[in-house]
Design a protein around this ligand. Sequence first.
Ligand code: GLA
Length: 370
Amino acid sequence: MDGLDAGPGFDELFGVPPVVFAEAPGRINLLGEHTDYNGGLALPSPLGLWTRVELRPMPGGQVRAFSTLAGGPVEGALDEPRRRGDWLDYVLGAALVLRKAGHRVGGFAVRIASEVPPGSGLSSSASLLVALLRALRTAYGLPLSDLELAERAQQAEVEFVGAPVGLMDHLVISLGRPGEALLLDLGARRFEAVPLPPGGEMAVLDSGLRHHHADGASYAARRAECERAAALLGVPCLGVLGEGDLPRLSALPPELARRARHVITEDERVLAAVRALRAGHWSALGALLVQGHVSLRDDFAVSLPEIDLLVEMACAEADVLGARLCGGGFGGAVVVATKAGQARQVAEQVVGRYRQSTGRPGAVLWPPGG
Ligand code: GLA
């Protein structure tokens, strides 16, 4: 893992000490992929990889930022903001959405340290935005609830960075607690904690293939297809449909029918996964992960051959209960449910085989090595 202490310290960079420290985790998603922007259900959980932010308000409207992953310091102006197409957009975006909401936020210096690998499907961007917004909330004493903070984080990503993402990542990172999944009903705006029971463990394997939703036409294309399917079916969003509506999909062009079928069946899988966790049935959860992957691969078409191979290799292990692509797709990570106490060992074995067979720089992202 990249060290959180890598590179120069805040004082060294800016000549003054920081006044605020804030952090936010990454996340995994157990089930419920590409459902959030459809008003459906998702079941993510915070992951113990962190983005840490040290910040100090500065006179004027300039932002100076350093990142252990991307370097710097780089500068941007809050009064004449311009989208640059790089990581500084997240930093400026966080401050600008607060200003837009009427909060008084001025210039600042910020040092960002992250161990959430970008483009890996673990939501490094939402982690960064929530950490930044937490730091700005403290630095400027803003009356911002954790829910509003999540909404602002999404707004920054959609409006300023230009990635048309849903709200799942920001919600779980802002509201979730370690050791618990959060059942999100994005249509009803209801959130419920679902503790992860003993008897199983999650591992996260990096495929070594990166995605970038801000410039990836593919994520936006899937979102547009879902909106078109909903419009043709005469519903406000696909999340209002249930299994009883599956026969209606035959009225859609075949590709759109497959996209809609993924969303409808994925919502059902989320509910089944909640039942499995509440009953402590990790093997039932594992089977649902596998079904979820098949649906992402065949109906939603967001997987890649290497990711399919990684899932297949994981599932061939005796101690693995199930695996699937995690996050938006087109690269990124695979989540794996294993028997208790086996996650790290199994993950290392699978990644070793994957590297050998594909030549890709696969890696174990979770759990951390001893
Ligand atoms: C990305 C987005 C989320 C969600 C997932 C797919 O992580 O940021 O809003 O749409 O993809 O489930």
